[in-house]
Design a protein. Structure first.
Lengths: 291, 290, 422
């Protein structure tokens, strides 16, 4: 680098050109990512405001008079939709809390404790997730029924949380691994218990991991279909079951209502993601301060 | 590193109790089911390893296994490369982060079924907006559903689209957790961004990459909705994957022995596919490093 | 915030629990949404709430669990495998009433002797017979979906093609009506869903082809089957059938017809309403329907699928559930359900003035139902038999196999399956 100092001016110009080129490429890449991610979603959202006749028109109308008939139909004809969204929320929040709490606890142990059994059990954490869930429903169905847990929020919360504790434990472990051990040792010296160390020292510094886990579990629980179908009937029925009824194999899918339902369902998740994004950044600054 | 003590075991309990009661115990019973013949409401008839023989001698099983292997590897690796690139791009700074973040995660936020259906509508031969555009650009009719290689390519594309946010989020969060001080130090040493990426970002993201690889293999191996909704395994059962085979021969016909045996064979298969990464993960655990 | 959400959740759960505790008797029905609409009128302006009136009279709350076809049977079978189920009444598709399933259903003969269904013999004989398994009546037919030929009158007129009367005329008309519009839109002469067995077997049966007959004789390797498969393969090669026909589902068929991209379509009569829906179709009132023609003038060929009501043997309120079946199966209830859009299983219902006035296709469907036979008989291997058929049929249509080879393979494989099931 020091040898380059005599020709400072042309180098600066070259750097500026390179900087502009970089900015253009970056912008183009972001544009590509937006189109790739958002186009199909936009198709759904826009279609939900079109009349049934216009949804599949080619070439599609870009400008049209929006209609709210499908949203009205969702509220008046598919009366189950909004109440089941309440169930979905209960189940998704419950599963997220349960999975995150369990994973933070176990992730901490996997990160901070050494034991041969512990190392082996990491493989077990993953291997146990290899059996296709649909097969596991065979023995689970009669057991859940016998325990009188059928059609309760609790059964879905337990199931959904279980499906994610393996992954979330691994995620929490990797994030806690990055936190210097000297920090929790210092806390212990100050007289904090293990639990206090975890809550006051570790958790604030592992926010990115917690945010990622929360997004995964919530989104999964919010959209899950198979287990909701098998384990609920009325009381704990979740919104994806209504969505699947709109996709009707006997009288044909009502596309407008389907797209309206999907759009409504997308809103809470989008809000959650935007909220979680703040935590990802928060974790970042905490990490750099600690540096 | 501390020795395992009762308090630590107590902290492990919720995770391991959930896994043991909800998955491990039923899985053992499923293995017992795989050694029996049974259907809805029937008693079990012990048949030894007959169900495994039935499945392993079925040409449909092997075709499904081959299709699964191809699609899973394509999906997992392509997705990983794109996710790393995207995460690096985001790491270099992003405008309107909240909105960008929401947009990028959207494909993951809608249910798999709906995602696949929308793509199907857009790609419908002769009527879908994308299929017609491809045709209008002069590439000829995009008739993917009757051609197994094309159909499986579409399956791969949609699967990547839907799950990319998962891999991206894991890797991006991993990259965000790298202390800034490391970059500052390297910048003082005059390292270029490219060198920074190879020397700091990528090596320190390996744990996250490993986790996302393993879990994407696990999830991709049981890929179902994409194939079921696009082709239902057709034409002539040529695009079936293992989960579709399991559903067809196990659940549609109500043969739980076959279903359970296929399930356990899928466990072995996915263990095989992900074994390298599982081994790497285990090594990291044993050596106790990051 | 989170605490508030949880508190609300607990509160919601508690109130919901206490409300259900106060209610008198609840009857849980598991069915497809179409059965609920047939029995209650759903949200129709002209709703005939047959089940609701019965419920009010008997101080019963009806708890409808509506699911799509696959999930419905999966869930029902799981429920019937338990020691006791909360499902009291279920709608079942004919191909699913196989002997192993029938053994989990309540035999209805004792109930019917004690408390007969009004004019039971007025229900179409074929449907009545198909719901008796091993000498026991296990279900009561409620809704039929008989296949027919839909056609777009406007498009036929535009292409100068006359409405056909025989199978050969129909094939010629479909070919003549296939063309590409100026904007590049392809119009297909014949649209059908070859991702399922029912519509393909409908086409083949017009040639006189039978896959497996009611006595479980496999009759797939016949000149009629080969002729039918050859014709299907030719239609595909010539572009008369949509190019993605093997993956074409019901939704796409409906969209294709509504948008005028298809001229003829093979689908049940009752699809008339959806295809002519002014809110969704570009050709409202222009898509007519007729019984599927054969080459014998005046004789139709009709494949049918039908739904029945059945009671799980392990349910708790069998008498109450039977009483609702009895109510729904009565003569007048059948007509009123048809006004809700149901396919009435009593041929006499088609003579009712209310139906003639409401359903433009009533006369055609009456003919269809008269000539109808079940696509695949119910036997232990019925579902697998349909999978085999779909595989071989698709191979023949796409030219992966010759029609002769496909028919021969179909014969061998189905014979093995039937032998195994016996």
């Amino acid at each position: 680098m020091t040898e380059a100092t005599p020709i400072v001016l042309p180098n600066m110009a070259a750097r500026r050109v390179a900087g502009i080129a970089r900015a253009i490429v970056r912008t183009a890449l972001f544009a590509l990512i937006i189109v790739w991610s958002a186009f199909p979603i936009l198709y759904i959202v826009v279609s939900s405001f079109k009349q049934q006749k216009e949804i599949f028109k080619y070439p599609p109308d870009i400008i049209f008079t929006p209609t709210f008939e499908h949203y009205a139909a969702l509220a008046t004809k598919w009366t189950g939709f909004f109440p089941t969204m309440g169930n979905s929320l209960i189940v998704a929040v419950g599963a997220t809390i349960l999975a995150c709490v369990a994973s933070i606890l176990s992730g901490f142990v996997y990160s901070r404790y050494a034991n041969r059994f512990l190392a082996g059990s990491v493989l077990y954490l993953i291997a146990i997730r290899l059996l296709p869930p649909i097969v596991v429903t065979l023995p689970l169905f009669p057991v859940v029924d016998a325990l009188k847990l059928s059609d309760t929020h609790l059964v879905l919360i337990i199931l959904y949380a279980t499906f994610w504790v393996s992954l979330c434990t691994m995620i929490m472990k990797t994030f806690i691994d990055k936190i210097p051990r000297t920090l929790d040792e210092a806390a212990v010296v100050d007289g904090a218990t293990t639990m206090q160390t975890l809550v006051r020292v570790i958790m604030p510094l592992a926010l990115q991991g917690i945010a990622a886990c929360a997004i995964f579990v919530f989104v999964f629980a919010w959209n899950e279909y198979l287990f909701a179908l098998i384990f609920t009937t009325q009381h704990a029925k979740t919104a994806p079951l209504i969505i699947s009824e709109v996709m009707d194999a006997v009288s044909g899918t009502n596309w407008g209502v389907l797209f309206a339902g999907v759009t409504v369902q997308l809103l809470p998740v989008t809000l959650l993601v935007m909220l979680a994004q703040r935590f990802l950044i928060a974790g970042l600054t905490a990490g750099s301060v600690k540096g | 590193m501390r020795r395992l003590n009762p308090a630590a075991i107590l902290m492990l309990a919720p995770t391991h109790l959930l896994l043991f009661l909800v998955i491990a115990l039923p899985s053992i019973y499923v293995f017992w089911l795989s050694l029996n013949e049974s259907t809805y409401g029937s008693d079990l008839t012990f048949v030894g390893f007959n169900n495994y023989v039935t499945v392993l001698t079925s040409p449909y099983f092997w075709r499904a296994a081959l299709n699964t292997l191809i699609v899973v590897n394509a999906v997992v690796y392509i997705e990983l490369l794109i996710a790393i690139g995207m995460a690096a791009l985001f790491l270099g700074g992003v405008r309107y982060p909240k909105i960008m973040f929401a947009i990028v995660l959207m494909p993951y936020a809608i249910s798999e079924v709906v995602g696949v259906l929308v793509w199907k509508i857009m790609l419908n031969t002769g009527s879908g907006v994308l299929a017609r555009t491809i045709e209008a650009l002069g590439f000829g009719m995009f008739n993917w559903s009757v051609s197994p290689p094309l159909a499986l390519s579409v399956v791969t594309l949609i699967s990547i689209w839907h799950h990319l946010p998962f891999t991206f989020l894991l890797i991006y969060a991993g990259m965000l957790a790298i202390p800034k001080s490391l970059y500052e130090a390297s910048r003082i040493d005059g390292a270029s961004r490219w060198q920074e990426f190879w020397r700091i970002t990528l090596p320190l993201t390996v744990p996250a990459i490993l986790i996302s690889l393993i879990f994407r293999f696990v999830f991709a191996f049981r890929l179902f909705s994409e194939v079921w909704l696009l082709t239902a395994g057709g034409p002539a059962r040529l695009t079936e994957v293992l989960a579709v085979y399991l559903y067809q021969s196990g659940f549609k016909y109500g043969e739980f022995g076959t279903a359970s045996a296929t399930g356990w064979l899928m466990v072995l298969g996915s263990l095989g596919v992900a074994s390298v990464y599982l081994w790497a993960m285990h090594r990291r655990m044993v050596s106790g490093n990051d | 915030m989170l605490r508030k959400i949880l508190a609300t959740a607990v509160l919601l759960a508690a109130t919901a629990g206490s409300v259900s505790a106060q209610e008198p008797r609840t009857l849980t029905i598991i069915s497809h949404n179409v059965h609920k609409t047939a029995a209650t009128g759903g949200d129709l302006a002209t709703a005939q709430n047959i089940a609701g009136e019965w419920a009010e009279r008997n101080n019963v709350t009806l708890n409808w669990v509506t699911l799509d076809i696959g999930p419905l049977h999966d869930r029902l079978l799981r429920e019937m495998s338990l020691g006791e189920t909360s499902v009291d009444l279920a709608a079942v598709l004919n191909t699913r009433i196989v002997p192993s399933v029938a053994s989990l259903l309540e035999p209805l003969d004792p109930h019917m002797q004690a408390n007969p269904i009004e004019d039971f013999d007025g229900i179409a004989e074929g449907l009545r017979n198909a719901t008796v398994i091993d000498g026991k009546r296990v279900a009561v037919p409620y809704r039929h979906a008989t296949n027919a030929l839909h056609f777009n009158k406007t498009l036929l007129a535009e292409r100068g093609v006359a409405v056909p009367a025989t199978l050969n005329e129909m094939l010629a008309a479909a070919r003549a009506a296939t063309y590409t519009r100026d904007d590049g839109t392809r119009v297909y002469g014949l649209v059908t869903t070859l991702d399922t067995h029912v519509t393909a077997l409908q086409f083949l049966s017009a040639f006189g082809a039978v896959y497996i007959d009611a006595d479980l004789n496999v009759r797939a390797n016949s000149p009629e089957m080969v002729a039918g498969l050859t014709e299907l393969a030719n239609l595909y090669k010539e572009g008369v059938l949509p190019s993605n026909v093997t993956a074409l589902g019901l939704d796409e068929l409906i969209a294709t017809m509504r948008e005028g991209r298809g001229v003829f379509a093979i689908n049940p009569f009752s699809r008339y309403t959806a295809l002519n829906d002014p809110a969704a179709s570009l050709y409202p009132g222009q898509i007519d329907v007729m019984p599927f023609p054969t080459n014998e003038p005046g004789k139709a060929s009709a494949n049918t699928e039908f739904w029945s009501w059945a009671i799980p043997a392990n349910s708790k309120q069998k008498d109450l559930a039977y009483d609702l079946i009895r109510e729904l199966s009565g003569k007048d209830a059948t007509v009123r359900a048809a006004l809700n859009g149901n396919g009435p299983v009593r041929p006499a219902a088609y003579d009712d003035p209310r139906i003639i006035e409401k359903l433009p296709y009533a006369a055609a469907e009456a003919i269809g139902l008269r000539d109808a036979s079940v696509a695949v008989p119910a036997f232990a291997g019925a579902v697998e038999a349909t999978t085999i058929f779909i595989e071989e049929m698709q191979a023949a249509v796409l030219g992966l196999k010759t029609p002769e080879d496909a028919a021969a393979a179909l014969q061998t494989r189905a014979e093995e399956l039937v032998a195994k099931s016996k």
